[in-house]
Design a protein around this ligand. Structure first.
Ligand SMILES: Cc1cc2nc3c(=O)[nH]c(=O)nc-3n(C[C@H](O)[C@H](O)[C@H](O)COP(=O)(O)OP(=O)(O)OC[C@H]3O[C@@H](n4cnc5c(N)ncnc54)[C@H](O)[C@@H]3O)c2cc1C
Ligand SMILES: Cc1cc2nc3c(=O)[nH]c(=O)nc-3n(C[C@H](O)[C@H](O)[C@H](O)COP(=O)(O)O)c2cc1C
Length: 796
């Protein structure tokens, strides 16, 4: 096969070497515009899986790499004058320069035609004359730009500033130095790559960067190879303590905004993207070099396994795309976390360390327990201590107080409309549904959205609190919960607004009724979708009437005995539609600015708060983003949360979206939690109110991890409770927790033991157990010290 490779980075070189090993008759030409010696960068970190792949494919490269590796397992997090060490992570890194030199040698040995200091010919020419053209031409790929119509690239340039640097200080472990400076928080990501040096990446928020005066060189153009020495002199000063007398090493070092590269397609005829040209993932989650080499492995294997180039390229893309997408999702969560690192500057150091380690959601409390049990225990202890709790227990089983309401644990049954009421009256179905959730162990059971009027229902099956009969039925349910369980029960009050008068969920969600539609209302005469009826724009009298309905329902909710009230100001229903600029186009004092859009929801909140007993809490559910251009954003949600808290909300239940039909949400595991986290740090913690996180949280491990990291105070689970009404009790059994946070009612107590799984009676040899224990202990805290470096030289 005749192969053209554009780019002599790790991706291009490694691919060339692999292909030549698979078949020496391949005719491969590689163009690299820079000289062979123009390599840059410091350390490259690898995981065990990548190393396994490299080991299988190319033992020569793998052997050399493994001899040159710095290996360690600890992460040291330096924060607020403390160093927290977490072990068991397993890292291997080597010098990027050395790796490139090795790959260059390997290509030359294997007779690849490597043309350094030579620009590649135009891609059209390569495409016509070669069987395959590999675009390994890096993050600014010109081939990608040339065929942008086919590849459909998306370049997401982030706002943080960072710089690749090194130091001749050999760190013993992965180091995060998080430093509060007079200009704001700056952080170092540092890791050793040999017995001679460490990578030393400096990163900070753009505001901090400006405040520190780093923008002084913003307009200077540095030629290739030249570093921003002015900025580096300042970095030396700021991090003098961390550098400990050692030098800062530079190589092409200047300020960069990280750009996440994504492409809808990786192939155009016989041209294929690889490495940074195809995708990038923030450096805080792993190295681009590693990703590029993994691509090379996959592409070479696919070409070897498939009969023609076309099917091989399709197989390569199919294999790599999901892996890259998953890495990019984790990288996105990680980079966003670092962009907002300043919000955690007052966290307790142990909690901060846990928060940092679990930032991408790939690592959880249970993973950490396996890696470093001592640290996992310290996190649980610290969580209890920081809240004045005497019992150390899994975080989800620690009690919590919302306003004056004491909850036995941190689990909330999220409000879920069952569309099963008759004339707004909840019946046996609701009693069994909510009753079983209360018996199932959740600390707080929320009703579905209970509507304040018949016209405020979403569907004819929605329940209400606009008649005394409805109140009396709710009272039966509340009494059952109170008499048969230790759960608390809250009512969610709402009005459907422009999303009302629709079919039951399973008959056609958000679709108007076949017959019997009622008039809907909204802030503006704008329908939710072209299918829905246009709502009547509310006038002052209409708004007053709805406010009075909220108050009347509040009084009934108290009479029914509910412990907590939640105002539904999310998901596009009436109050939410006032908050969102997508649905609120009013020109009076209830539309326009956020202050105006908040006015009616706050009037309702104030009236409800005044009618609800002072000792009982009112929470508010909001949509923290509309997931649509021109809609409310995370910034707006912080202001909305702040306004409700200023008016007396005891908690914020942070959901997102469902405001506009055209929304483009980014779903994923616990995808709404970053919004809850931000509101908690910026609004709730300073005000001493609660934050409830919700959305695709379904394991006790995720629940505990979110709580321990300080991202939320309570966790609401919706669909998970439909799957398993006894979810909380089962989570207790899984965690072997038997304290007061998991209340097995006497009638159920006989079932509190986890059903036994199959087990073996074979006795494990005791001496081997001892050996394993020793090895585990040694591996938990492996550091890269002069002794371990010397030992690795001896192995060579
Ligand atoms: C300053 C800097 C420092 C970095 N430091 C590190 C680090 O310490 N550790 C780490 O893991 N990662 C580091 N990275 C990221 C890492 O370099 C990339 O993720 C990785 O190199 C991607 O490999 P690649 O083969 O896809 O692309 P690249 O390594 O970018 O290789 C692309 C190559 O193509 C060449 N090229 C482009 N167009 C043409 C053309 N028309 N003709 C001929 N040649 C062409 C370029 O000169 C370049 O050498 C660093 C990146 C930068 C910018
Ligand atoms: C059947 C069903 C009905 C729902 N009804 C409501 C509701 O009445 N009020 C509300 O605020 N959210 C409602 N939701 C949203 C849930 O409260 C929750 O926010 C959402 O399901 C995401 O959480 P989960 O991933 O744990 O299910 C409903 C969700 C489902 C699945």
């Amino acid at each position: 096969m005749k192969i053209a490779i554009v780019g002599g980075g790790p991706g291009g070189l490694y691919f060339a070497a692999l292909m030549k090993q698979l078949d020496p008759s391949h005719n491969i030409t590689l163009w690299e515009r820079n000289a062979a010696s123009d390599t840059f960068g410091f350390g490259v970190v690898f995981s065990d899986e990548t190393l396994g792949g490299i080991g299988n494919a190319d033992p020569v490269v793998a052997e050399y790499m493994s001899r040159r590796f710095a290996r360690w397992s600890d992460i040291d997090i330096h924060f607020r004058d403390q160093m927290i060490t977490v072990g068991g992570q397993g890292f291997a890194a080597m010098s990027r320069k050395e790796l490139l030199e090795l790959l260059q040698r390997r290509c030359i040995e294997l007779n690849v035609d490597v043309r350094f200091s030579t620009l590649a010919p135009a891609v059209e020419e390569l495409e016509a004359n070669y069987d395959l053209v590999l675009a390994a031409d890096g993050i600014n790929s010109q081939i990608r730009a040339k065929y942008a119509d086919s590849f459909k690239p998306n370049l997401d340039m982030r706002t943080n500033k960072f710089m690749w640097l090194g130091t001749d200080q050999v760190f013993e472990a992965f180091k995060f130095f998080v430093k509060e400076t007079e200009w704001g928080v700056m952080q170092i990501h540092g890791y050793p790559y040999s017995d001679e040096g460490s990578t030393f990446i400096v990163e900070m928020h753009q505001d901090v960067w400006h405040a520190a005066g780093f923008d002084e060189t913003a307009n200077e153009v540095f030629p290739p190879g030249v570093s921003d020495e002015k900025a580096i002199a300042k970095i030396r000063e700021i991090f003098a303590e961390e550098l400990n007398g050692y030098e800062v090493l530079t190589n092409n070092s200047k300020w960069i905004n990280f750009t996440t590269v994504r492409n809808e397609n990786w192939r155009h005829n016989n041209v294929v993207l690889l490495g940074d040209a195809a995708h990038t993932a923030h450096f805080s989650i792993g190295s681009g070099t590693k990703l590029a080499m993994e691509d090379s492995l996959a592409l070479a294997a696919c070409l070897h396994e498939h009969p023609d180039v076309e099917s091989a390229l399709a197989a390569y893309e199919a294999e790599r795309r999901p892996v890259v997408a998953s890495t990019q999702r984790a990288a996105q969560a990680s980079l966003e976390w670092f962009e907002r690192i300043g919000q955690y500057k007052d966290q307790d150091p142990t909690q901060f360390a846990f928060n940092l380690l679990t930032r991408s959601r790939r690592i959880t409390q249970e993973n950490l327990r396996l890696r470093d049990a001592e640290f996992a225990d310290a996190v649980d202890r610290d969580f209890a201590e920081s809240q004045g709790l005497t019992e150390v227990a899994p975080a989800m089983f620690q009690p919590f107080r919302v306003g004056g309401l004491e909850l036995k644990n941190r689990i909330v049954v999220s409000p879920m409309d069952m569309y099963s009421a008759t004339d707004g009256i909840p019946g046996d179905f609701h009693k069994v549904h909510l009753g079983s959730k209360a018996l199932g162990g959740a600390g707080l059971v929320m009703t579905e959205m209970v509507c304040v009027s018949a016209a405020g229902r979403i569907t004819p099956g929605c329940s209400g609190l606009y008649t005394d009969e409805q109140r009396d039925s709710w009272k039966e349910i509340v009494d059952f919960v109170h008499s048969r369980s230790t759960a608390k029960i809250g009512a969610q009050l709402g009005h459907s607004g422009r999303k009302g008068s629709t079919k039951l969920m399973w008959e056609g969600i958000d679709q108007p009724l076949e017959s019997g539609n009622w008039t809907t209302v909204g802030p503006s005469a704008l329908p939710y979708s072209t299918e829905n009826q246009t709502p009547v724009e509310l006038d002052r009298a209409g708004m007053d009437a709805i406010k009075a309905e909220f108050v009347a329902s509040t009084v009934r909710a108290d009479e029914a005995g509910f412990d907590l009230l939640e105002i539904h100001a999310a998901h596009g229903y009436l109050l939410s539609s006032f908050l969102s600029p997508v649905s609120n186009k009013r020109t009076d004092e209830y539309g326009g600015s956020l202050e105006n859009r908040l006015r009616f929801p706050l009037e309702v909140f104030d009236a409800v708060r005044a009618a609800w007993p002072a000792g009982k809490p009112v929470t508010v559910r909001i949509s923290a983003t509309d997931w649509i251009e021109g809609g409310n954003t995370s910034d707006d949600s912080v202001a909305i949360a702040r306004a409700f808290v200023a008016h007396g909300a005891a908690g914020l239940d942070v959901s997102t979206g469902q405001v506009a039909k055209e929304e483009k949400p980014t779903f994923g595991r616990s995808y709404q939690t970053p919004f809850a986290d931000r509101i908690r740090q910026e609004v709730a913690v300073p005000a001493g109110v609660a934050v409830i996180a919700v959305g695709a949280i379904s394991t006790y491990d995720d629940v505990n991890s979110i709580l321990l990291a300080g991202r939320a105070d309570l966790i609401a689970l919706g669909r998970t409770h439909l799957y398993d009404p006894q979810w909380t009790l089962h989570a207790a059994a899984e965690q072997e927790y038997q304290g007061p946070g998991a209340d097995w009612i006497p009638q159920f107590r006989a079932g509190r033991r986890k059903p036994p799984s199959s087990r073996t009676d074979a006795v494990r040899p005791r001496l081997s157990l001892l050996k394993e224990a020793d090895i585990e202990e040694a591996n938990t805290h492996l550091r890269w010290t002069p002794e371990s470096a010397a030992a690795s030289v001896l192995v060579k």
